[in-house]
Each structure stands twice: as C-alpha cells, then as structure tokens.
Ligand binder design. Structure first.
Ligand code: IPM
Ligand code: MG
Length: 358
C-alpha cells in the first residue's frame, strides 16, 4: 500500500467547500483502488488566519509542507483584505519559492456541458495552456515613490530570465510532444514589447530545434483571443507568460462552459518541491456558504494530482467518474445552469467511482 501525504490548504471563500469535497473524492478513489491511501494534513491558512496573526500563513509554513507529496489548494482571497496581500501572502508565497514554474491548465468541453460557442463540439476544443508561473509580470519587481503627493509614481517591472524562459518552453514543447497532435502555439507580444518578448520569441525558436517532431507557431496575445473564439480547433498546446496565460485561461474556461470546472496544476517538474493543485475559480464570496459551489474544478485538479503522483489508473478512473456525472444535467450546479448542490455532485462522483466497473 502506497500512502501519499497531502497538504490540504482550503484557504478562503468556497475554497473550504470544494477542498472538503476533493478530500472525500480522493478517499473514495483510494478505497476503490485498494493499493493507495492518502494522509491529509489540513492547514487553516488564509484570510481568517491573517486577521488573527497578521500574516496569511506562519513563518514556518513552507517548512511544514515541504516534505508532502502534493498540495491540494482551494483559493486565497478575503473581502476585508486587499487582494495583493492574500495572493502574495499565500498562493505566490508557495508557488514561487517551491519553484512551481509550470502552471498547467487543461481545457475541454466535458460531456453534458455546452460551450457558449455555437456549434463547437468537445473534439474541437481540447487545449492545454502552460502558464509561466515564476517570473514575468508576477515577479513582484517595482515600487512606488511620492505616495500621496501629486508626484506619485509606480512601476511593475516584468522580469524574464533566459533560464526561466528556456525551462518553461522546454516543458511546453515536451507536453505538446506527448499529446496526439504535437502542436504548440507560443503566445507573445513582441510587436509592442520589444525587449523581453523578443527574447521570449528567440528562445522559443531555439528550444523548438530540440523538438523537430512538434509543429509550432507564434501568435500575438490579442490575436490569440480571436483565434480561441473563431478557430478553436486550430489550437492544441499553448505556452504564454504569467499574465497573458492568466487572462487567456479565464477565456478558455468560459469557452469550455464554466470557470467552475477549470483545474490547474502548479508543477515543479524537477520534483525538488511538492506541486500544488487547485481549481481556477477563486474564492467566490458571492456564493460562499450556500453549498452550491461547483466541486468539479477541484476534482479535475485531483486528477492532475494523481497523474503527477504517477497513479494513472486512479487518475483515469476519477476523470471517467467526473465525465459520467457532468453528462447528467441533474448534477449541474448553478454556474452550469442547474440546481445541484456541491454535496449532490460529490455524492454522484463517489457513486460513479464505486459503481464504475473499470
Ligand atoms: C489564477 C488567478 C490568480 C492569478 C488570482 C487569484 C490572483 O486568477 O490563478 O488565474 O491571477 O494568478
Ligand atoms: Mg486567473
């Protein structure tokens, strides 16, 4: 029996509801599998913790989770705390020091879910966006001067390092090569941003030479939004900077039916540190505590976690259970136009895990 140690960090808002559901579903997968088990350690870090302690997680926080096999994260955000504090104090405080430099965001139209794009079928929208997750526009470099005076000025400097770009390009080309179409689109803005984005393009071309079996093209980020809407089937794997991919992945999730189903993995490919898996949707305070959050984004993130842990059969079984459940409109939460509750969807997925003879 292999036991995985998982750090569960629900964070704020609906994060607590969906992570609790994720834990239940992972336990069900382990029970069904028979050869794996999960030991969850729960951490109460986030906005409420900040209100008591003046920080989002303890100073020793990272040390407490460094040795875990994976992290299951909910969301960070609090109505009474500025967003940049909750983000930098928890999510980025884990992603960046743990060098989770590849943020992987698969997007597909799951069975039973309708894309807002008319006539688009599941086969025509099957993408993976790789988001550079350690630097770029999220490097945190910049400052403010003359605050409160008419001279006030502020900068946010996007930092791109050769090593940082090379490693995320290599990761994306490798991922593209592992997918049937072997097709990669490199998103850029090198027409307007003539330094870092030009280097980004040059490095993409260099790395491409290591992957002669991958077809690749280059797309300006503004044109990419149009292509995603007008010609979704022309896209397969995408690599983009931290901010560009942040924006494109919300569009991708909406085109696939709902932000509520979109998963992500913050991956440290070298496995020096644990990787972190989370739904994209955020804390969603408007629906917090109502029991109607869509847990599918967390379940799909759990699939990514199982894949990362090397538990492919368990990952496939969970994905099949998710797809069986999304196919049934009675299991759709309000974000998908339905009336199901978090607990209904969770119970249905657990039933599908046990019932499925696969
Ligand atoms: C995401 C989110 C975060 C980001 C927010 C919560 C700061 O939108 O994971 O895409 O911009 O990185
Ligand atoms: Mg985002």
């Amino acid at each position: 029996m292999k036991t995985y140690k998982i750090a569960a960090i629900p964070g704020d808002g609906i994060g607590t509801e969906v992570v609790a559901a994720g834990v239940e579903v992972l336990d069900a997968i382990a029970a069904r599998d028979g050869n794996i088990a999960f030991k969850f350690d729960h951490f109460d870090w986030g906005g409420e913790y900040y209100k008591k302690h003046g920080r989002m997680m303890p100073e020793s926080g990272r040390d407490q989770i460094r040795k875990h096999d994976s992290i299951l994260f909910g969301s960070a955000g609090h109505p009474e705390i500025p967003d940049h504090i909750t983000l930098w104090g928890l999510r980025l405080a884990i992603c960046q020091p743990f060098d989770q430099y590849a943020n992987v965001r698969p997007t597909r139209i799951l069975p039973g879910i309708t894309s807002p794009l008319r006539h688009v079928t599941d086969k025509e929208l099957d993408w993976v966006i790789v988001r550079e997750n350690s630097e770029g526009e999220y490097a945190g470099v910049g400052g403010r001067v003359h605050q409160g005076s008419p001279l006030e000025a502020a900068t946010d400097v996007a930092m791109f390092t050769r090593a940082g770009v090379e490693r995320v390009m290599r990761f994306a080309f490798r991922l593209a090569r592992a997918r049937p179409r072997r097709l990669l689109t490199v998103v850029t803005k090198s027409n307007a941003q003539r330094h870092a984005m030009v280097m980004w393009d040059e490095i993409a071309a260099e790395i491409a030479r290591e992957f002669p079996d991958v077809t690749w093209d280059k797309m300006l980020v503004d044109a990419m939004t149009m292509r995603m809407v007008m010609r979704p089937a022309s896209i397969d794997t995408v690599v983009a900077t931290n901010l560009h991919a942040d924006i494109l992945s919300d569009l991708a999730a909406a085109l696939a039916g709902s932000l509520g189903i979109a998963p992500t993995g913050n991956i440290n490919p070298e496995r020096t540190f644990p990787s972190m898996f989370e739904p994209i949707h955020g804390s969603a305070f408007d629906i917090m505590g109502k029991g109607i959050a869509n847990p599918i984004g967390t379940f799909w993130s759990a699939v990514m976690m199982l894949e990362h842990l090397g538990e492919k059969p368990a990952a496939d079984r969970l994905m099949a259970a998710i797809e069986r459940v999304t196919a049934d409109p009675r299991c759709h939460t309000p974000d998908l136009g339905g009336r199901a509750r978090t607990a209904d969807v969770t119970a249905a997925v657990i039933d599908a895990i046990h019932g499925a003879n696969q």
